[in-house]
Design a protein around this ligand. Structure first.
Ligand code: HEM
Length: 477
């Protein structure tokens, strides 16, 4: 072998070794961006495999704490630069910061049409239009009465104007199966998202499977759109017509005119996202709440006493149940469905974060994926008294001022914050409160068998119970 070749190989190896040991790892070593006078963001060297494991939120929390990098930690996954904030101050800077108004789009999300839906549309006029539409029509006051229904059926009714029963047996299981597959694909760790060569090869088959699923979704949702078009034609004689308030979200989309009008492909994406997001998170949270109820009979009895005493609850109105609301908040604190606020943010330009130790700003370069570890924040002993203890009463005393809104207290923000905060928060909270009030009023929830409840968790798309909850629901007399 010629000497120049040896020298080149040696240099390349030296560079790789240096890159490997760079704070934050390989992707940070390759980054040229950085601000003058800004401090380097601390972080582990090499390439982190946290996302390939079952509970990356725990791994990242441990790493950040051990490196004294809870405010901000840099790390690399393949060639992707990441930062993670495990502190409310830096979390706010990311979630509310104008520089972090985009989201990174995984290959599965792009293939499953989510780039044209609210969650992954780039910050801009199209995304603003969709948010306006969703808050005015899908989650707005006119839809409030639909909150009296529940979960998938609820979302299907408010979005598509059909209950699951009306779709027929086969369609229901097809829909369930499509949502499940979508979650699986989005939850799969895909090296292709972080190493361009592997993306070309589609090593996990994510692209192939996502495309196949997207075709099925198109057919399914297009059928519902066609059905609505037929109904509208029959009603308005083909001349269109305003949404008179009786229509569902499909009617609203079909009634848009001029610049507001959406292409059919965009409508499919927006409607698919609504079903997709509206089902899993709420069902998973309810499972955690019931598990907690079975584990803590004293807390369960207290919530039931409140429900029994509230005449309003007998009408299915969960609004006047402050203790029940605390139970749900405590579950969101200990078991947030999106512990890493699953839908990460992307820095669209170099962003200066100021709330860092020692008063020195740090610069997060454009193109970096920013994650907030809400799980770590909600378990921080410096912010919460006895963070590992399930105690809903904390929201009546020392943490009485902490809400779960998109407001300013980032100690508990399971729905995110800032302009891209979850638009489904009110729908989700109303559904959970309503379901829980009904389930606790009618049944006593007790562990089955040996008296234990397995609280192990696993982060797929959402933070799920590793083993489905098994407990007894004994009718209350
Ligand atoms: C317990 C239930 C739910 C939880 C914990 C939850 C959590 C979240 C979180 C953490 C985000 C990212 C926020 C951010 O980046 O700041 C988000 C975004 C979003 N959620 Fe939810 N969500 C829930 C239910 C729902 C429901 C029921 C819907 C709709 C039917 C929904 C629709 C959306 C949409 C469209 C976005 C993207 C917003 C955007 O990028 O502009 N979510 N959600």
């Amino acid at each position: 072998m010629a000497n120049p070749l040896h020298a080149c190989l040696l240099l390349a190896l030296l560079f790789l070794a240096l890159a490997f040991f760079h704070p934050g790892g390989v992707a940070w070593a390759l980054s040229s961006s950085g601000g003058h006078g800004a401090a380097a963001i601390p972080g582990p060297p090499g390439v982190l495999l946290a996302f390939a494991g079952p509970n990356p939120h725990r791994t990242l929390a441990r790493l950040a704490a051990s490196r004294g990098a809870t405010r901000l930690m840099a790390f690399s996954v393949g060639l992707t630069r990441f930062v993670v904030a495990s502190h409310p101050d830096t979390a706010r800077e990311i979630l509310a910061g104008a520089a972090f108004a985009d989201r990174p789009v995984k290959e599965a999300a792009a293939e499953l049409m989510f780039r044209r839906a609210i969650g992954f549309a780039p910050n801009g006029e199209y995304w603003r239009r969709l948010r306006r539409l969703a808050s005015a029509h899908a989650f707005g006051p006119r839809r409030r009465r639909l909150l009296q229904l529940a979960s998938l059926d609820n979302v299907m009714a408010s979005v598509f104007g059909v209950g699951l029963g009306e779709l027929g047996e086969g369609a229901v299981s097809e829909l369930e199966e499509m949502v499940k597959q979508g979650y699986e694909l989005l939850g799969t760790f895909n090296w292709g998202d972080h190493v361009p060569l592997l993306r070309l090869l589609d090593v996990h088959g994510v692209r192939r499977r996502s495309r196949a699923l997207a075709s099925r979704v198109r057919v399914f949702v297009s059928k519902i759109i066609e059905e609505h078009k037929r109904r509208r034609d029959a009603k308005y004689g083909g001349g269109g017509g305003d949404d008179d308030g009786d229509g569902d979200f499909v009617d609203v989309l079909l009634g848009l005119e001029g610049e507001e009008r959406l292409e059919e492909e965009d409508m499919v994406a927006v409607l698919w996202e609504m079903i997709f997001r509206g089902t899993d998170t709420v069902a998973i949270l309810l499972e955690w709440v019931l598990a907690r109820m079975a584990l803590h009979p004293d807390i369960q009895s207290k919530a039931q006493a409140e429900i029994d005493a509230a005449a309003a609850a007998a009408n299915g109105d969960a609004a006047g149940l402050p203790y029940l609301h605390c139970v749900v908040k405590e579950c969101l604190r200990m078991h947030p469905p999106g512990p890493l606020l699953s839908w990460a943010r992307l820095a669209t330009r170099d962003a200066h974060l100021d709330h860092l130790d020692g008063g020195r700003a740090m610069v997060v370069p454009a193109g970096t994926t920013a994650v907030v570890n809400m799980w770590a924040i909600a378990r921080d002993g410096g912010l919460w008294r006895d963070p590992g203890v399930f105690r809903p009463e904390r929201f009546l005393d020392e943490a009485a001022d902490v809400g779960v809104g998109a407001g300013c207290d980032l100690r508990l923000a399971p729905f995110g914050a800032g302009r891209r905060a979850c638009p489904g928060r009110a729908l989700a909270m109303a559904t959970i409160h309503l379901w829980l009030a009904q389930l606790l009023r009618s049944f006593r929830w007790v562990p089955s068998g040996d008296g234990g409840v397995d609280m192990s968790e696993r982060l797929n798309m959402s933070l799920e119970m590793e083993k489905p909850l098994i407990c007894l629901a004994l009718p209350r007399t």
